[in-house]
Design a protein around this ligand. Sequence first.
Ligand code: BG6
Length: 463
Amino acid sequence: MTGLETMKNRSAITLFGGTGDLTYRKLLPALYNLDVLGKLDDNFKIIVIGRRAYTPEKYIEIARDWVKEYARTKFDNEQFESYAQRIIYFKMDMTNEEEYKLLQDFYTFMKIDQHVYYYAVAPSFFITITNGLKKYCASNNAKVIIEKPFGENLEKAAILNDRLAEFFGQEEIYHIDHYLGKEMIQNILSLRFKNVIFKGIWNKDFIENIQITAAETVGVGTRASYYDKSGALKDMVQNHLLQVLSIVAMEEPTEEGSKGIHISQYNLLSAIKPIEDVNNNLIMGQYIGYLDEANIDPDSKTETYAALKLFVDNERWENVPFFIRTGKRLGDRQTQVVVQFKAVGDTPGNVLIIKIQPDEGVYFQFNAKKPGTEQELQPISLDFCQSCILENRINTPEAYERLLGACLVGDRSLFSQWDQIVVSWEFINNLLEKYHKQGSLLHNYEQGSMGPIEAEKFVNWIN
Ligand code: BG6
């Protein structure tokens, strides 16, 4: 069954923010890949909303270059020509409610009545677009995909959720967290639950600590106006890294399908203990040179780095610290989960590293006898580099491709849920409030380093 058979043949995705970076870099290439793989129905259309006065030909010309550069599957002119037949550039001002009438007229003319709306725009437009759709496109059968950040805090997220709920049912709202679409994040489920060697020891009796790192070499780039109001905790931890934590630490789902996973994730997230002693459990940093970046407030106290230590209040994880760190302009681009197992007497514990990016793979370190007459030990390792194998790279969908494909067939398991967003915001809001109350210590760090040295005191980070 192809992806959209369930949606019959008058279906479309409408991309609000059609001339933005996300559409060009991620969405159009992802949809191209789905098309190449035969996962789009023959009559499926891609309606791209933009304010610029592009002719359809001009837009296709622009799209061609982006798809050529970013599509995972091999670019093929003929294939692209057929893909381009699906794309329709629709010029409108998405902030003008009345223009949604023209959009609806267009849908009617095209006989499209099954919709996915993708809000690939700044959050300040989410409500505006929803109001326009509500007024003129209300009769449509529709799902909506929403980008992060979902609100700037819990209160704003709740308002947004209420407004969306006036038009979309909760089951139709797909909160995209592209980390959940990453191959190795999905692989954590298989590693944990399909290997008896890990399944049985994934708990406080055998695990010393768990470290989740998302280190980036890039800075704020052109997103200063958003980032300076957000910072690492809201930009990366509230969503992506807490989601990763939930997959790493949740109980095995007892129900099949997305519902079971969501319940387990929610239970884990709501068991995270609020951090009381912020000064000893949170390190915030800002890279030297951040204040000189374009459009950054010269007095900005926004963190570009955060490292935190937290505990999960349940039987499995009693007294096991979880460390999360993320930062911009660090020495290495590296996202990984490290599971540090307990030592056996004086012998160092095993280490499991789930490599998420840029390399994808699994590394496991254990102890063995050093060859020779002495009874000496040495650490040895198994290092499986999944992405080193060409075939694996070809067969690994990009996060957006996987997520768009999942939404089209109504698979919600790869999307974060509103109840998870609420508890994640509660945790982060609470943490930030205490951080500001307790003196807002912000450490500077050199670009190209691994962040403030104060975070080294937390734990022996395994790089
Ligand atoms: C985004 C953040 O959600 O994720 C960015 O807003 C960050 O600041 C990006 O750079 C990281 O994504 P990835 O896939 O490159 O790890």
